[in-house]
Design a protein around this ligand. Structure first.
Ligand code: SF4
Length: 117
């Protein structure tokens, strides 16, 4: 999950972790790391690597914007769509243009920050 620098700073403050313990720069974007044990985000409290398994976000109240807008993601045409990898995608309505604008603005910010390092 790509995140902004401000979101990373907040996660450092609130968790006491070092930024390198939960994120890495991937294709020019600061991105949350996955646990090698569960293959899920390092902040997901779970004991299974099963994608459909139960889990709780340990930083839910300060989760990054991309987590808040998930399972809506951008497709290759920059339209907002429900992520095909989401196991609960049938429960979500099709997103509108407003979501596409939100996701495009977030992407632009993250990539701009990544290219300024
Ligand atoms: S919602 Fe929480 S556990 Fe899920 S990707 Fe975001 S920070 Fe990680």
């Amino acid at each position: 999950m790509p995140i902004t620098k401000a979101e990373a700073a907040r996660l450092v403050r609130r968790t006491g972790m070092k930024q390198a313990e939960f994120s890495v720069v991937n294709d020019g974007a600061l991105t949350l790391l996955n646990s090698s044990d569960t293959r899920a985000c390092v902040f997901l409290l779970t004991d299974t690597a099963d994608m459909n398994g139960e889990g709780i976000c340990s930083v839910y109240d300060i989760r990054p914007k991309g987590c808040q807008t998930y399972p809506y993601v951008l497709n290759h045409d920059d339209d907002a769509v429900v992520d095909e990898g989401c196991p609960h995608r049938e429960s979500f309505e099709s997103p509108g243009e407003e979501m596409a604008t939100t996701l495009l603005n977030l992407e632009e910010r993250i990539l701009r920050e990544g290219s300024s390092d």
